[in-house]
Design a protein around this ligand. Structure first.
Ligand SMILES: Cc1cc2nc3c(=O)[nH]c(=O)nc-3n(C[C@H](O)[C@H](O)[C@H](O)COP(=O)(O)OP(=O)(O)OC[C@H]3O[C@@H](n4cnc5c(N)ncnc54)[C@H](O)[C@@H]3O)c2cc1C
Length: 505
């Protein structure tokens, strides 16, 4: 039954993250002792009113930049500014997953993600895995015989780009045996991908998936983590190494002679100008707005992406399942009555037609939890980021209908919809879905953003890269692929005209 009336506010608040803040509460500033700190930071003392680098935005990108500048590049006097609590705008709304499977052209995306995952693994080792990094993998499935050749091309391409070896499982003698993943931890797991083309193997290892499924790609350098814990771990290390966190809004960036000179900050305690010659724009969905403060119109736009969390008391998805992704376009089945209702409105008429691929789910929480996350970008037109944003009340039903094609055990929830928590945020992206990391055409200005739907997995590598630009260190091979300057290259412009798969999920 199509639920038109449900509103987000009625949804049960599941105990996913007690430390979450509602998206879009600017200046939701900390009280008491933190408040005192804020006043100290916003003083005009000579020592406090200049900085070597100011980072605008304490999402996962800005925090990673601060960490790499202070801890790895040993830079002093780094200031991190955010008008909201750290990580609270987009970063803690993510599905928190990572993968090194990315399409070309070129190996820049795979290179960035491999490096980012390498840093994640180093941080997990040194912190006794405080952010619960796992390596369960991404399982992509198709039930369309015509798409099998696409699967074969995709694994070959990503492997050639550096994502690791391909192991084929066709049910023939001589195949390597398929190694299932572990639920926790990240060491001693295979790299690369397993391509399973034998339905017996698929059903043995994934008995909860539809029997219609013909092929499975199990990407193995993939999994998920707690971004809140990762972010707080990096932020604490950064602060121990001298980073100052200021709860304020960056109101303006002063530029003279095409050089950064100072940053104006404002919060409830007043305003202050901090002189600095270097600024990093890590403003997430507000990247464009902050770019315009220095007169640079960044080539980005935003899409609103939602995510639902719901309880799975029927155990339709085992608690040790990997990330599960349906890669075929979907036509949902509706009753006659529902069809008539959907056909009535412009907004819902398209739900009767073929809908985009990519509905996905994963378990959330430990073995005692019964929560699943579900996502489906069935309608994500470009839009201006606004906070707070409104949430499509039909989202949980659409996601459950989509998911139950892949996981028949979820069909039980379609008739009697479970209570769901829906949140989300903006994918702020470039047209080819690659990030912007590096120098801007104002001396001393840098950007780390346009992280679209991959900012959590890319954050460590992206923060390291922007810090290397600021410190003038050697840049990795993928640096030029993410610089704003790439758009000046006529060859790149031609490539954009025929750009294929953007890798977006
Ligand atoms: C539903 C959903 C699912 C996702 N799933 C995944 C996933 O599985 N894996 C993955 O890797 N990525 C995922 N992402 C993408 C990921 O969440 C983002 O790419 C990432 O969080 C972006 O981080 P950020 O630091 O750039 O932005 P944000 O987290 O938005 O941080 C930007 C910060 O800048 C601050 N700011 C902006 N302007 C100013 C100003 N003028 N003054 C002061 N502060 C300012 C804001 O307050 C904000 O805190 C998902 C995103 C969504 C919405």
């Amino acid at each position: 039954m199509v639920q038109k009336e449900r509103v987000a506010g009625e949804a049960l608040r599941l105990p996913l993250r007690r430390d979450r803040h509602k998206a879009g509460d600017p200046a939701d500033l900390p009280a008491s002792s933190e408040d005192d700190q804020r006043k100290i930071y916003i003083s005009n003392s000579a020592e406090k009113s200049s900085a070597d680098v100011i980072i605008c935005g304490a999402g996962i990108a800005g925090i990673s930049a601060a960490y790499h500048l202070a801890v790895k590049q040993r830079m002093k006097r780094v200031v991190l500014v955010d008008e909201r609590p750290p990580l609270s705008l987009t970063s803690d709304k993510s599905t928190e997953c990572y993968r090194n499977l990315w399409p070309g052209p070129g190996n820049a995306m795979v290179g960035l993600m491999n490096r980012s995952i390498e840093i994640l693994e180093e941080l997990a080792r040194e912190s006794s895995n405080i952010f619960h990094l796992n390596r369960r993998g991404y399982v992509y499935v198709t039930a369309d015989p015509k798409r099998i050749s696409h699967f074969e091309r995709f694994v070959k391409e990503t492997s050639e780009l550096g994502a690791g070896p391909v192991r084929y499982h066709t049910g023939q003698r001589g195949d390597l045996s398929y190694l299932p993943h572990h639920s926790t931890g990240f060491d001693n797991e295979p790299n690369g991908v397993d391509l399973i083309l034998d339905s017996k193997i698929i059903q043995r290892h994934f008995p909860y998936l539809s029997r219609e499924i013909l092929a499975v790609i199990h990407g193995r350098r993939c999994g998920w983590l707690s971004v809140q814990q990762l972010g707080m771990y990096m932020l604490e290390r950064a602060r121990e190494n001298g980073v100052r966190l200021i709860a304020a809004r960056v109101e303006n960036i002063v530029v003279a002679d095409k050089k950064v000179q100072a940053v104006h900050l404002r919060n409830g305690s007043g305003t202050v100008t901090i002189s600095t010659q270097q600024v990093i724009n890590a403003a997430g969905p507000l990247l464009k707005e902050v770019g315009l403060m220095i007169g640079v119109d960044l080539p980005v736009f935003s899409e609103l992406h939602l995510k639902m969390a719901f309880k799975d008391p029927l155990g339709a998805v085992p608690r040790n399942a990997p990330m599960l992704i349906w890669t075929d376009p979907l036509v949902l089945s509706w009753s006659e009555e529902e069809r008539a209702m959907l056909a009535e409105s412009e907004e819902t008429r398209s739900f009767l037609e073929e809908l985009p691929s990519g509905v996905h789910t994963r378990p959330e929480g430990g073995p005692d939890s019964d929560i699943l996350l579900g996502l489906w970008a069935y309608h994500t037109p470009p839009t201006e980021p606004v906070f707070p944003f409104s949430i499509d009340p039909g989202y949980p039903e659409m996601v459950l209908r989509g998911l139950s094609t892949m996981i028949p055990g979820l069909k039980g929830y379609v008739e009697r919809l479970p209570k769901a928590t829906v949140d989300g945020g903006y994918y702020t992206k470039t047209r080819e879905n690659r990030p912007l990391i590096g120098k801007l055409p104002i001396e001393g200005a840098y950007v780390v953003g346009a992280l679209s739907g991959f900012g959590v997995m890319a954050a460590c590598g992206a923060g390291e890269l922007v810090a290397a630009h600021v410190a003038g260190s050697k840049l990795p091979h993928y640096a030029s692929a993410f610089a704003l300057e790439r758009y000046k290259d006529p060859g790149y412009q031609r490539l954009l005209e025929t750009w294929g798969d953007s890798g977006q999920l």
